[in-house]
Design a protein around this ligand. Structure first.
Ligand code: ZN
Length: 282
């Protein structure tokens, strides 16, 4: 949770309403998620009285600019989520902190596993944020072309699902959309990148673009509150034992470098097999 389409939606919802709003009260319930990287500051006093200037995404991070040269940078990890609601309303589950704003609304952050990180930094001082600098090409940016993709995958020997989720190469694809992308491309998650011929690399590139665009559309269409997880549209992720929506074969799960991957064994046959049967007998 939240993956790229969710973060695009988050920024789309917050960017028009947050700039110009001033934080009037900060309440912290779970300080474990906070990383204050401004010497001599603490979270609540540093934020109270500050006005939001902007919201944008950087890979899997969301960056909130504030006046006075401060930034709040959030990495949601597995279970972090925001809520924008009237001040005084029931907060989302696993509330970590809330920022009451000057228009009687409240921006809240909840995180069941409390693995997310919320950094408070001086504007531009992001060297203390693990992963910020290491992000690869943003797959929603114009820089992510077929040609740049070819350069990135050239020489890679790792399993394709590992490559797709390598954020220092492609920024940023999580577990759910990695499964959906490989399903759309008809590629088994454990296929080594260097076994993919040009035509399949082309299909993978188109699937990355197409599936993320589809995910963004689906999250937009669902129009649910920010704190809700929108995943009803996925075709294979977490659908173990269900029929493949294309061919009816039962969806399987395998481990790829410690992560669960869901796939259709017929639409995504293992290397050396075709249609789920061995192409080369013995
Ligand atoms: Zn299938």
């Amino acid at each position: 949770m939240p993956e790229l389409p969710d973060l695009v939606h988050l920024v789309k919802v917050l960017a028009p309403v947050l700039p110009g709003r001033t934080v009037v009260r900060v309440a912290v319930r779970e300080p474990i998620v906070l990383r204050v990287l401004v010497p001599g500051s603490s979270f609540a006093p540093a934020l109270e009285g500050r006005t939001f200037a902007g919201v944008e995404r950087h890979g899997p991070f969301v960056r909130f600019a504030l006046d006075g040269g401060l930034e709040l940078i959030v990495h949601h990890m597995l279970t972090g989520r925001f809520q924008l609601a009237p001040a005084g309303s029931k907060p989302l589950a696993h509330l970590c902190f809330s920022l009451d704003l000057d228009n009687s609304s409240s921006l809240r952050y909840g995180d069941e596993k409390r693995m997310g990180k919320v950094y408070l930094v001086r504007e531009g001082s992001r060297e203390g944020i693990p992963g910020w600098r290491e992000q690869g090409v943003d797959i929603l940016s114009p820089a992510f072309t077929r040609e740049s993709f070819e350069r990135l995958i050239a020489g890679r020997r790792d399993q394709v699902r590992v490559f797709v989720m390598d954020q220092s190469t492609l920024s940023a694809i999580g577990n759910a959309y990695a499964d959906e992308i490989l399903f759309a491309a008809g590629i088994h998650p454990k296929t080594p990148c260097n076994r993919l011929a040009e035509e399949r690399r082309g299909r993978l590139y188109e699937a990355i673009r197409g599936v993320i665009a589809w995910g963004i559309d689906e999250v937009e269409r669902a129009g649910q509150p920010l704190e809700d997880k929108v995943r009803d549209h996925v075709k294979v992720r977490n659908r173990l034992g269900e029929p493949c929506p294309v061919c009816g074969t039962t969806i399987r799960r395998i481990g790829v470098l410690g992560y669960d991957a869901f796939f259709c064994p017929r639409c995504q046959p293992a290397e050396g097999t075709v249609g789920g049967k061995r192409a080369i007998p013995w």
